[in-house]
Design a protein around this ligand. Structure first.
Ligand SMILES: NC(=O)c1ccc[n+]([C@@H]2O[C@H](COP(=O)([O-])OP(=O)(O)OC[C@H]3O[C@@H](n4cnc5c(N)ncnc54)[C@H](O)[C@@H]3O)[C@@H](O)[C@H]2O)c1
Ligand SMILES: [Fe+2]
Length: 397
């Protein structure tokens, strides 16, 4: 199988690197004069966006901060409205600082500026003709790994779905990984975004498109996240845990870029698009159940992932040579984490009812890009039964 691995043009990583971003932008993008900072309320409130603006000013780059906050899980319409408002301004770089919602919006604004067509016509894979405005992506969640993926995900409320735009034109010129920026993440966001990152790694590892390059990133991501997710949630000030989570998230993104996610992500889309469940929470709820449903097909791979999990957690390697037993241990451990870090296990809390399940199963089955990468083909009945496991009142074994 041929593998083409691409990533961000450059990656600047390490604690405190945020404070040298302007200098690095100068090096990577040359003598630019005007840039736009795209961000969200939390980073505006805690002064991070202004700090960046000030830093850029010192490097003779006049930067505006976008007047509008990027809301979580943005809709295509919201991003297009921002595009309409800023179109015509002579920005030479878009700098996105925030969670995956901000990074994805930044990527799309970049190509909207140069392609003269709506997001609707970019959906799917390789539907962007022209290079966008150069982007710099600075994640503040750990996370989507969006700073190193060719993907941007939008919510389409009218279709009650989330859909991906996938194109090499969406890679940034520069990604910046500074764990200090994630110290302010609240526990619930640390938990859900951390499980999203873990899901990227695990799905990339068990998927049909897994390959030696994605495996390298996936296993290291699994190791790092396994050894830090509980600590990052319980002690948000632990720079060790925050750092491991941010690298784990970026490696999960790299694994995803080289391989791809699968049924968990496909099934999460209707939960986000229709019920507004945060992306990482939806993935975390689904992950053990989707894996269990295909255990026969993936036991060997899951056992390998289990070894990386044990390593990260500081366990001695298992002497149990049965792949299936190790795979089951891994699923049990994932479920235990979600419990420990407070991720709900009940879709009813988000307003999902039994009668919604057929439409959700159909919606998930239509996310072909991801379902085709899944080891097992799920029938609509199987998809429904997975969702049903998360509705305790109708719980089936
Ligand atoms: N492009 C990709 O490859 C990819 C992969 C997975 C998910 N996604 C998409 O990314 C979006 C989710 O991104 P996310 O999970 O990073 O969450 P998010 O960007 O929606 O942020 C979640 C919340 O955390 C807040 N926040 C972010 N950083 C903070 C900080 N440092 N301190 C305090 N609060 C902070 C935000 O303001 C927001 O309220 C979804 O739309 C999802 O579909 C994209
Ligand atoms: Fe994801």
């Amino acid at each position: 199988m041929a593998v083409l691995f691409q990533t961000a043009g450059s990656i600047l990583a390490g604690g405190g690197t945020f404070h040298t971003v302007a200098e690095q932008i100068r090096k990577q993008l040359g003598p630019i004069q005007r840039a736009l900072i795209i961000t969200t309320q939390s980073l505006r409130r805690n002064g991070t966006a202004e700090q960046l603006q000030e830093q850029l000013r010192h490097s003779d780059i006049a930067a505006d901060i976008l007047g509008e906050d990027i809301l979580p899980e943005p809709t295509a319409a919201a991003i297009e409205a921002i595009h309409a408002a800023i179109h015509g301004e002579a920005y030479e770089a878009y700098i996105g600082i925030g969670g995956g919602s901000v990074l994805d919006a930044t990527k799309l604004l970049s190509v909207l500026a140069t392609n003269g067509k709506p997001i609707e016509d970019m959906l799917g894979t390789d539907n962007i003709e022209h290079e966008g405005i150069p982007t710099v992506l600075i994640p503040t969640t750990s996370g989507t790994g969006a700073e190193v993926t060719p993907n941007a995900i939008v919510t389409l409320p009218e279709r009650q779905l989330k859909i991906g735009v996938v194109s090499r034109r969406l890679y940034p010129r520069l990604a910046v990984l500074d764990p200090e920026l994630t110290l302010t993440l609240p526990k619930a966001v640390t938990a859900s975004t951390g499980m999203d990152a873990f899901t990227h790694a695990l799905e990339s590892f068990i998927g049909q498109k897994a390959n030696p390059i994605s495996d390298l990133f996936a296993l290291e991501s699994i190791r790092l996240i396994s050894g830090s997710i509980v600590e990052a949630c319980e002690d948000g000030s632990s720079i060790r845990a925050r750092s491991a989570m941010l690298y784990g998230s970026a490696y999960g993104g790299a694994a995803l870029a080289a391989s791809g996610t699968a049924a968990v992500h496909a099934m999460a889309y209707p939960l986000g698009g229709r019920f507004g469940i945060p992306h990482g929470t939806a993935n975390a709820m689904l992950l053990p159940h989707v894996m269990e449903m295909q255990l026969d097909a993936i036991a060997g791979r899951l056992a390998q992932a289990a070894a990386a999990m044990r390593q990260g957690m500081g366990h001695a390697a298992s002497r149990d040579s049965h792949a299936r037993a190790e795979a089951e241990w891994a699923l049990g451990q994932i479920a235990e984490w979600t419990d420990q870090i407070g991720i709900p296990q009940n879709l009813a809390e988000y307003g999902v009812m039994e009668q919604d399940l057929p439409a959700m199963a159909l919606g998930a089955s239509e996310v072909k890009r991801l379902m085709d990468n899944n080891p097992k083909r799920f029938s609509l009945e199987e998809l429904e039964s997975i969702y049903r496991k998360l509705l305790p009142t109708t719980k089936v074994k």
